[in-house]
Design a binder for this molecule. Sequence first.
Ligand SMILES: NC(=O)c1ccc[n+]([C@@H]2O[C@H](COP(=O)([O-])OP(=O)(O)OC[C@H]3O[C@@H](n4cnc5c(N)ncnc54)[C@H](OP(=O)(O)O)[C@@H]3O)[C@@H](O)[C@H]2O)c1
Length: 332
Amino acid sequence: MHVVVITKHGGPDVLRVEDRADPSTGAGEVRIGVAAAGVNFADMMARMGLYPDAPKPPCVVGYEVAGTVLELGSGVQGLEHGQRVVAGTQFDGYAEQVVVPAGDVMALPDHLTFEQGAALPVNYATAWAGLIGYGNLQPGERVLLHAAAGGVGIAATQIAKHREAEVYGTASPSKHEAIRAQGVDHPIDYRSAGWERELPPFDLIMDAIGGPSFRTSYDLLRPGGRLVAFGASSLVSGQRRNVLTAARTVLRMPRFNLIRQMSQSKAVIGLNMLSLWKDRETLEPWITPLRGLMDERVLEPVVAGAFPFDRAGEAHTMLQERRNVGKVVLTP
Ligand SMILES: NC(=O)c1ccc[n+]([C@@H]2O[C@H](COP(=O)([O-])OP(=O)(O)OC[C@H]3O[C@@H](n4cnc5c(N)ncnc54)[C@H](OP(=O)(O)O)[C@@H]3O)[C@@H](O)[C@H]2O)c1
């Protein structure tokens, strides 16, 4: 089978299509023929050498796929051969076939394409965990979503609107119309100086920009507010790792003071789906609540671009150059 390999740390040109043996299916596992594989910001960071949790190159990354069931291992119930499914993969998703535990597989609703399916597991589980699971978002609350036009951002907008929250969203100005169409009530151009002035205080903020943005977000919370810190996009400043920018960003991450937090009554929540997934050994607790909302068409993934495996570099470049509105996927 074909896979996309990160051959070494570097720019998009280090991504190469190679042949690998088809994976074999063990007890309790499912083999899936991949029709689309999700591309995540973390994959790009792994390629650049900015993601310590990723495997060392040469390696195959990718956290999620959509496709059809090719084989069921012994003991697997509730799934059938040929069924359209989505699945979480702890790496190895950029491949023509994957084998995953049955608990990480979910039926793909008929009205969604494979490309939309590949946008579901990571982005929607992360948005659900941040807003609802840990953020406890309530109807009428005011929420600020950073990178609202991105994969997680659009998922979070759809979930927050369903919860009847008032949504502020940051994005490059060219994307404001698109995020408004998704439900963002107040688009914000966070690349213009002083964007944070004059904003009302927030009940909940989802921030994966990192660096000094965490401090700004914390300061924008009202008492009782929750900051969900779940990434550090600002570590990325070009196509290759820039050690100076990365070090500067890390140094500018705020160190939170628990006594101050207590007296201001503000919560800071760290969220890493990979840690949760490894600990629970399944993504199921964050995927199952989404099922009904998908069937009701409340959650509709937006696909920004689909690239064949041999153009995986272009897929990464689209994310890195901030040209995406929604999810970028690969197709074998
Ligand atoms: N903790 C977790 O479990 C978890 C899970 C999923 C994702 N994440 C994190 O969430 C963030 C969003 O992930 P995603 O996959 O949905 O990506 P994404 O938001 O679809 O794509 C990146 C977007 O982020 C914005 N951005 C901000 N700073 C950027 C920078 N320095 N370089 C490039 N783009 C930048 C750009 O939008 P604008 O044009 O609007 O600036 C860009 O289009 C990432 O930091 C990712 O690591 C964390």
